[in-house]
Structures are given as structure tokens and as C-alpha cells.
Design a protein. Sequence first.
Length: 239
Amino acid sequence: MKTLLLRIVIVLQLTLPAEGIAVEVARFSAMAAEPGFAPWRETGLRKQPRTRFSLVTDEHGTAVIRADSTAAAAALVYDLQADPREYPMINWRWKTERLIRAADITRKAGDDYPARVYVTFDYDLKRLGWFVRTKLRIARLFYGDAVPAAALCYVWDGNAPVDTIVANAYTDRIRMIVVQSGGDKLNEWVFESRDVYADFQRAFGEEPLDITGIVIATDTDDTGESTVTWFGDIRLGQR
């Protein structure tokens, strides 16, 4: 009975919205089994194999996102507007089947992760140098305004210690934060909770502007490996 009650509590926490203390983030658990994931939108690089996203159910019958990736990359993006001072806490759960053996958080060739959750932020481009602004504008010509000027990327890594914070191997406008490391928790749901306001200050050394989006991703394109990851509902709320 104790186990049953615990499962019921977990399911309720994952499916019932908190009233008055959270920013609305479209819940995977409320999605219907139909093509697409609106209002989430899929994005990826042109002429590159894409991670395949699908809506499935977990062991409790709750709808979650499954990401299958073999030498591929893609992401699901959710646009929103929120003040991180008022809503600093992001909570989610994820489960992954396999680590990326050749992953290396310090190198472009190793920039693959079975699970990523990004939080993107608005940013005053005048605070960036000319070269960085130019690169950002060129990227937005190819990939649209979704290219963030600042982002935190929470990852499940195979090697780097938990709480490692480094610049992304491709751009220092994204700061990588390791929240899970190693294979001790493979194939089980792991619950995460982060203070994005505090993390932004630690990662960038300055105050964040508004949150502009949340992104989930699974990518194996740099290493050519394979993995499967599941993502549950994401919640953005107060402390």
C-alpha cells in the first residue's frame, strides 16, 4: 500500500499544475496522440539526420516524450516569456538508456549528450563584442531568431563531475551545466530541480534578463553513437 500511495503521489505531482506559482509550460502529459507536439516545435540542422521524437506512455500511463537518436540531432522548443527573478525554479524528470561513450564536454567532436534541457534568455546585444554580435546575426540568418544570445544547457554527461559549468564547445553564449554524470541511474526516472537565476549568475557572472524559452534535445551527431531518452513534464515556478 505504501508503494501504491507513493506512486499515486508521484503521478499527481507530474500531471497536476500548481496554481498561482508556476509559468505555463505546455505539458507532454496533456498531449493527444497525434502528429506534432504543438505548441512545442521541432528544430534541427538542414541536411542532417534528426533525432526522432515520439509521444509514448511511461509505466504509470503518463504521456512523455521519447527521443531516439543515432548519429542525429534535433530539439523540441517551447517559447515563453518569464522573469527569472519571480520564477527561478525549473523542475523536470528524464530517463536515458545509454551514455555517449565518446562524449567530451570540452571538445566539438564530443559535444553529444543523451539528454539536454536548455533555458534560453533575452540578452542586450550591445554588451557583446562586435565579433560575437556578427556571428550571432549570421547564425540567425540561417536558423532564425530562435538562436539564443544566452542560454543555460543542463546535461546528463558520462564523464564530467556533477555541477561542472563550462562554455559550450561551439559557443560561449551557451553554458553547460552537468546535473547527472555516469551510468548509475540509467533506465530509471530521475527528478531534477535547478535555480536558473542562481545558475545564470554563476555561469555568466551577471544578472539574467527574461527567460525566452525551454528546449529539450538528444544528440549523437558528433560521435555517431546511439541512445534513447525520455522526457517528462517541465515546470517553471517560484522558490
